[in-house]
Write a protein that binds this ligand. Structure first.
Ligand SMILES: *[C@@H]1O[C@H](CO)[C@@H](O)[C@H](O)[C@H]1NC(C)=O
Ligand SMILES: *[C@@H]1O[C@H](CO)[C@@H](O)[C@H](O)[C@H]1NC(C)=O
Ligand SMILES: *[C@@H]1O[C@H](CO)[C@@H](O)[C@H](O)[C@H]1NC(C)=O
Ligand SMILES: *[C@@H]1O[C@H](CO)[C@@H](O)[C@H](O)[C@H]1NC(C)=O
Ligand SMILES: *[C@@H]1O[C@H](CO)[C@@H](O)[C@H](O)[C@H]1NC(C)=O
Ligand SMILES: *[C@@H]1O[C@H](CO)[C@@H](O)[C@H](O)[C@H]1NC(C)=O
Ligand SMILES: *[C@@H]1O[C@H](CO)[C@@H](O)[C@H](O)[C@H]1NC(C)=O
Ligand SMILES: *[C@@H]1O[C@H](CO)[C@@H](O)[C@H](O)[C@H]1NC(C)=O
Ligand SMILES: *[C@@H]1O[C@H](CO)[C@@H](O)[C@H](O)[C@H]1NC(C)=O
Length: 658
């Protein structure tokens, strides 16, 4: 099947390897599409964000942004004075005109430069390089949080939605169907209200003020589009979260936070879990629709790569997590490797190779040991291994956390267990694989928490009542959890807590308290300064691992080699077999690349000169003109999420005319 559309499109992309620095010409078709998209976006933004950036006068002094000031520098207009930068204690005026005080005792300062909205001078704290300066993996430490539940819902993060539509809503698919039917409550518009209110500018300011420096933002494929033609009829709210994603990006830029764009839900579901969009069998790269869903996913990865590689977003989004938690055990290691190799070649065909050319590509470990990824794809360019260390989902362990260990350390066995389980393996992976991060972890050693394991009864762990009852935690409980968190941070080294915020359940309380960084900061089991975690594992007796803090040059784009032909031959695209399919790969449904391509819009800034904003058109590589994926006319497709054929194909379907 080497003539499938995806193969030929990526070959074409690969031929453009050396193109990024060449001047670009756009086809008329693409220019017209871009103009239409831009017009739609301007209208949307004009409606949704009427005062965003417009209340700010277009004057900015670059020097003022480089100094941390406790009062804030201002530009004034006749009737109002609005600051353009400020440090601890400065007053921030939000896009809706309300004000709050920025608290940052770590030397961080925000920058809001109306004349250059892509100003990357801000710094979240004194020890984090400003966005305009390159990040040195292994030296600069990632202290991050996820914005879980914002653009991809989960029952335990926004229980109020799932309580309202219980018991039918168990994932975003069923939630969306139930909401759409409930027009009296605003239908699917309820999700847009959630995007607009769940995470505010104050949250982002608090993240910077908490000594953190990165955020990981999960988004779903339906931010780009949904398919409504039978048999697809995807009920998700389409093309809406992107506007709010852009808004969060600009807040992140303002406070100097770097971003991982995390593609968290892909067509067909990559893991069958509720947070993949739909509880279902895995139909991404598995099952009869496995190839088609993978082709569509590659297309969305391409669209997002074109967006994040633009100079205006490159400093802000240095990492693209191309697919969250694919279930390797179902999909297969070779198949997933083929997909990662294909995605790598497509992405680097757009961005070019080597340091500074487009984002790092984060891949998840597929729930396998880090050691099993050693030496992965030799010759690849800037791939990060993302692991999600949790003890929560491995069965019930009732070892107490509200006691001291034999040496008087709070937390019982849990802190040292975190150090032992994660520290040495992550350090070893930093040598053997390259850049390795913990894209998710939590403060809980178990799966207690209201609807954490899905809508319905809570975990059967008998300790759940005491873990859930955070308003009554005693000092031993808080000290134990705190020590477990510090040990986890130290072991993980470069980490993202899951998640920043948990919405209240029907009692008004946080149902899964140990999964909210914000709550932990308030209640005292999350450190006010994450640097205090440094050395925790050594203090508990763990012998430090040899990783010396300097990544091999091949891991960070310092040398550009190429993937040996033997790898490409061992991991062909498409893979030679696909699990759980009733037909050979050659007979599986695929797509054409004839759709009008989707370009994701950039934010618009009415106060900025067009000389600054005009080139930011959402598409980095103008020579990448291969179309988007589309069903082949005349072919029938089984259901995207179960792949069951009504008639099992006996010949490849290439459409009636070929
Ligand atoms: C980067 O930002 C810092 C402030 O954080 C500023 O001092 C410096 O001049 C900026 N560098 C460039 C190249 O713009
Ligand atoms: C749709 O809403 C009506 C009430 O407005 C309700 O009776 C019905 O069960 C709902 N259907 C679904 C599929 O949620
Ligand atoms: C205005 O923005 C602030 C901070 O982003 C938010 O807390 C507040 O709810 C918003 N107010 C309105 C009326 O939207
Ligand atoms: C900063 O601290 C003040 C005083 O404690 C508080 O009122 C304000 O809400 C804080 N700002 C943020 C963004 O949390
Ligand atoms: C739903 O997701 C949570 C994690 O967010 C996981 O613990 C749980 O097992 C999932 N439930 C189902 C039924 O997929
Ligand atoms: C603290 O709370 C935990 C959990 O409820 C309990 O097991 C422990 O005995 C309490 N410790 C003290 C000193 O009260
Ligand atoms: C809501 O959260 C609280 C605090 O964790 C918990 O005690 C309660 O059981 C949760 N759910 C309900 C329906 O009360
Ligand atoms: C991991 O390596 C770092 C140096 O990069 C070292 O400081 C730390 O102690 C090591 N951690 C463990 C758990 O071995
Ligand atoms: C650290 O290790 C890397 C490879 O893992 C090596 O290239 C580098 O020379 C080492 N640096 C020091 C200072 O030992």
């Amino acid at each position: 099947m080497s003539s499938t559309p995806i193969s030929s499109s990526s070959k074409e992309l690969l031929n453009n390897n050396s193109s990024p620095s060449k001047p670009r010409t756009r086809s008329n078709r693409r220019r017209i599409i871009a103009l239409i998209v831009a017009a739609v976006v301007i209208i949307v933004l004009a409606v949704v964000l009427p005062v965003y950036f417009t209340v700010i006068r277009p004057k900015h002094d670059h020097d003022s942004s480089s100094s941390s000031s406790s009062s804030g520098s201002s530009s004034s207009s006749g009737s109002s004075t609005i600051a353009t930068t400020g440090g601890d204690g400065s007053v921030v005026t939000t896009d809706n005109g309300t004000q709050f005080t920025y608290n940052n005792s770590f030397g961080g300062f925000w920058v809001n430069d109306p004349a250059n909205p892509f100003n990357d001078n801000a710094q979240p704290n004194s020890w984090t390089p400003p966005l305009n300066t390159s990040w040195t993996f292994g030296v600069d430490r990632i202290y991050g949080v996820n914005l879980g539940g914002l653009f991809v819902t989960e029952p335990f993060i926004t229980p109020s939605f799932f309580e309202k539509y219980s018991p039918v809503a168990v994932d975003e698919w069923t939630l969306s169907v139930a909401m759409a039917n409930d027009t009296a409550s605003g239908g699917l518009g309820q999700l847009e209200t959630h995007y607009a209110t769940f995470i505010t500018e104050e949250d982002i300011a608090q993240i910077a003020g908490a000594g953190l420096n990165w955020i990981r933002i999960p988004i779903a494929f339906w931010a780009i589009e949904t398919w409504a033609n039978e048999p697809f009829s995807e009920p998700f709210l389409a093309k809406t979260s992107w506007t709010y994603f852009l808004r969060v990006l600009e807040w992140a830029r303002k406070y100097g936070l770097r971003v991982i764009l995390d593609l968290h839900a892909v067509p067909g579901s990559q893991n069958g879990l509720n947070h993949s969009g739909r509880l279902s069998p895995v139909n991404f790269l598995s099952g009869n629709m496995g190839m088609a869903n993978a082709e569509r996913t590659l297309y969305y990865i391409r669209v997002l790569t074109e967006f994040v590689s633009q100079p205006a977003y490159r400093n802000l989004i240095p990492i693209f997590g191309i697919i969250n938690e694919p279930l390797l055990g179902i999909i297969g290691k070779d198949q997933l490797t083929s997909f990662y190799l294909e995605a790598h070649n497509m992405i680097r065909g757009i961005t070019g190779y080597g340091e500074g050319n487009g984002p790092y590509i984060a891949i998840h470990d597929g729930f396998q040991s880090l050691a099993s990824w050693a030496d992965f794809l030799q010759g690849s360019d800037r791939i990060i291994l993302d692991t999600h260390p949790y003890f929560s989902f491995g069965g019930i362990d009732t070892s107490p956390i509200a006691i001291d260990d034999a040496n008087g350390n709070p937390g019982g066995k849990w802190p040292l267990q975190a150090c032992n389980a994660w520290g040495p393996t992550i350090n070893a992976s930093q040598t053997a694989f390259g850049v390795t991060i913990a894209g998710e972890f939590a403060a809980s050693p178990n799966d207690c928490g209201y609807w954490l394991v899905g809508v319905g009864p809570e975990s059967t762990n008998p300790q759940c009542p005491e873990y859930d009852d955070y308003p009554n935690y005693n000092d031993s409980m808080k000290a134990g959890i705190s020590n477990y968190v510090l040990a986890s941070m130290d072991a993980n080294q470069d980490w993202f807590f899951w998640t920043w915020k948990i919405g209240p359940n029907s009692t008004g309380l946080t149902g899964a308290p140990l999964w909210s960084y914000q709550l932990g900061l308030q209640e005292g089991w999350i450190p006010k300064d994450p640097r205090t975690a440094t050395g925790k594992c050594a203090s508990l007796g763990l012998a430090p691992d040899p990783f010396n803090g300097t990544y091999a040059a091949w891991a960070t784009g310092g040398v550009t080699s190429s993937i040996p032909a033997s790898s490409s031959a061992s991991f062909p695209w498409p893979p030679t077999t696909i699990s759980n399919a009733v037909v050979p790969v050659t007979l599986m449904p695929t797509y054409t690349s004839t759709a009008t391509i989707i370009t994701m819009p950039a934010a618009t800034f009415t106060a900025a000169p067009s000389s600054v904003t005009a080139s930011v058109n959402g598409w980095f590589d103008a020579q990448d003109t291969v179309g988007g994926v589309l069903t082949v006319a005349g072919c029938t497709y089984p259901d995207e999420y179960n792949g069951i054929f009504t008639v099992t194909p006996t010949a490849p379907c290439t459409g009636p005319t070929s």
